[in-house]
Design a binder for this molecule. Structure first.
Ligand SMILES: *[C@@H]1O[C@H](CO)[C@@H](O)[C@H](O)[C@H]1NC(C)=O
Ligand SMILES: *[C@@H]1O[C@H](CO)[C@@H](O)[C@H](O)[C@H]1NC(C)=O
Length: 283
């Protein structure tokens, strides 16, 4: 089977072990060194996002989806891939994350939507970084025409950021309290996870997601052979989101899929988007 290697799979291995909550990252210096700077964890955090790639709809513009790449990747590879999907009614916006130091990798800089601080689920989480990325996504969505449906999706850490955005939408605010103003119509996460599941920045489980956010269609796809973000971690995230009150969540599992995407999965994503966004097609 043809494998479309997108994102970090061959470059950066980001593994989240569900049982231990252990996170390990190994960066292959050769393949990512175009993003590496002599880093260091600095106090000042001037986040500058990278270039954004837009795929214009070939047919009637009915929906706009901001799509977020994985760790060490950028928006261009995804724009090239998304353009090939049979979804003429969707405008894809593929931004690039800031290049910033990853604490877990001794402050080495790479394209990442937020910092990962420690090897534990219980560790402090970079809510500031997630907020900055969620706000960046929001800035694109806010500029879209009112009659267009809106979505956010991504791969791996981009999926984690998309899921974080869903939680902000449900709360009506970012983790820092600033209001989250966009109305999301769909969320898609491939090979990702729910970040800071144990923190109050997510819809807390005692205070269920209500109203229109509860019916927000969410599609999560995960491969059982994922050795980077393990399947059981994706499964656990899906359960947590469902118990938080997101009742329109679908978890699609792919038996032999690793930490990459395959055409069968993208076909699934396409047909799910067509039905959940009620897309008209070419005509
Ligand atoms: C919250 O985070 C967003 C995104 O980084 C930022 O624009 C906003 O100013 C922050 N608000 C507060 C109250 O710090
Ligand atoms: C999920 O969302 C789809 C698309 O909006 C809708 O047709 C369906 O009724 C929703 N299901 C639930 C359980 O809310």
């Amino acid at each position: 089977m043809m494998k479309l290697e997108c994102g970090i799979s061959s470059h950066v291995f980001f593994s989240l072990a569900a049982v231990t909550g252990c996170i390990s990252i190994i960066v292959n210096m050769n393949s990512t060194d175009r993003y590496l700077k002599s880093g260091g964890i600095t106090a000042s955090r001037a986040l500058e996002f990278g270039p954004t790639y837009v795929v214009k709809p070939k047919g009637k513009h009915q929906a706009t989806i901001v799509w977020l790449h994985g760790l060490g990747d950028d928006g261009s590879s995804w724009a090239q891939l998304l353009e090939t999907l049979p979804l003429p009614n969707i405008k894809w916006i593929c931004p690039t994350s800031p290049v910033q130091p990853l604490t877990l990798y001794n402050g080495l800089s790479t394209t990442t939507w937020f910092d990962v601080i420690e090897k534990s689920e219980d560790a402090s989480q970079d809510v500031e970084g997630m907020d900055a990325s969620a706000a960046h996504v929001l800035s694109f969505l806010s500029n879209e025409p009112l009659n267009v449906k809106l979505g956010v999706g991504g791969f791996s850490m981009g999926a984690a950021t998309a899921i974080y955005s869903a939680s902000c939408f449900a709360r009506g605010k970012l983790g820092n309290g600033t209001s989250y103003s966009a109305h999301l119509d769909v969320v898609v996460g491939l090979s990702g996870w729910l970040p800071c599941a144990k923190f109050e920045h997510l819809p807390d489980l005692s205070n269920k997601v209500k109203g229109h956010a509860a019916s927000l269609p969410i599609l999560l796809c995960h491969g059982k052979g994922d050795d980077v973000v393990q399947f059981r971690y994706g499964e656990k995230s899906a359960k947590k989101l469902t118990s938080a009150g997101f009742r329109n969540l679908t978890l699609k599992t792919f038996p032999s899929l690793g930490h990459y995407i395959i055409p069968e999965e993208m076909d699934e994503v396409s047909s799910w988007l067509i039905s959940n966004l009620e897309l008209e097609g070419e005509s």
